[in-house]
Write a protein that binds this ligand. Sequence first.
Ligand code: FA5
Length: 339
Amino acid sequence: MEDNVKELENQALKELVKVNDFKSLSEFKVKYLGKQGMYTALLKEMKNIPSDERPKFGAIINTSRQKIENIIYETEERLNAQELENKLSQQKIDITEPAKNTQQGQVHPLYKVMNKIIETCVEMGFTVVDGPEIETDYYNFEALNIPKDHPARDMQDSFYITQNLIMRSQTSAMQIRAMETMKPPIKIISPGRTYRADSDATHSPVFHQLEGLVVDENVSMIDLKAILTQLLKTLFGDNTKIRFRPSFFPFTEPSVEVDATCPMCGGKGCPRCKGSGYMELLGAGMVNPTVLENCGIDSKKYSGFAFGFGLDRFAIIEYKVPSIKMMFENDIKFLSQIK
Ligand code: FA5
């Protein structure tokens, strides 16, 4: 019996060495270990030997069977590795094949301009602060010296949510929030979305402003002009003409409006600039002492200036775009032309 086991084992080992694919391995398993297999047949023969010798022979058969099972496992590993190697050698990567065209996104022109202004301001020492787009009447108007029923409210046709809540019509609301929470010296900018019931080639119901505020001792109109001139020259280059015009805002005194050469006619005068050769870019002025006091800042000790850019106007000047609406239409053909 012992010899039979040894003989079967040798025969199995000889065959197993020759197994070179999964099909023959599976056939081998059936032939030797299956229900009708040769090891099972050997076990069945145990009934012919004396019962006291059966445990000994049972152990011999099981040890041999275990040996074959281990080699089957190793053969499986070998075949898997072989299969992987074949796959890898057949799959050749052609690194000279041109890549598929994928559409690459880019920063919206408006945000390019906004980022450029922010970078320039940060280099000039300004800190960026953010504020809510839905404002209370107090921050958007009252604290800025525009009480209810004041005619100055007509300058900005605003969207009200409730009697007291408004889609902010100007980032100037952030002047108040900054002065309430910071102590002078204050030097901040606050970019963001603003809303007004306005619509033509240079006005959009949703647009973007960037507010600037400087409060310290001895701040004067000279500082305002110097900072804004430097900022605009950095943004548009030295050839762009800048014009300061006297104006009125209830929260600044004196106030100015600042214009730059019209991008469409280069200053000659055209329908877009209504013949003036200039396009209005921002409002500015010395912070009204009443506003400083509204925020708990001693107006005898401190003074300040503020400015509010229309960022969309900047963008259409920078990229010579005929209508502000094109900035909001999400026309990929148009947007992808602006690099
Ligand atoms: C203001 O909004 C003041 N808060 C600016 C200011 C800040 C003055 C600080 C003094 C001190 P004004 O209404 O002029 O001002 O708007 C400022 C700029 O926003 C305009 O010059 C223009 O460039 C832009 N703007 C105004 N309305 C629109 C609109 N509907 N669409 C696009 N841009 C607009």
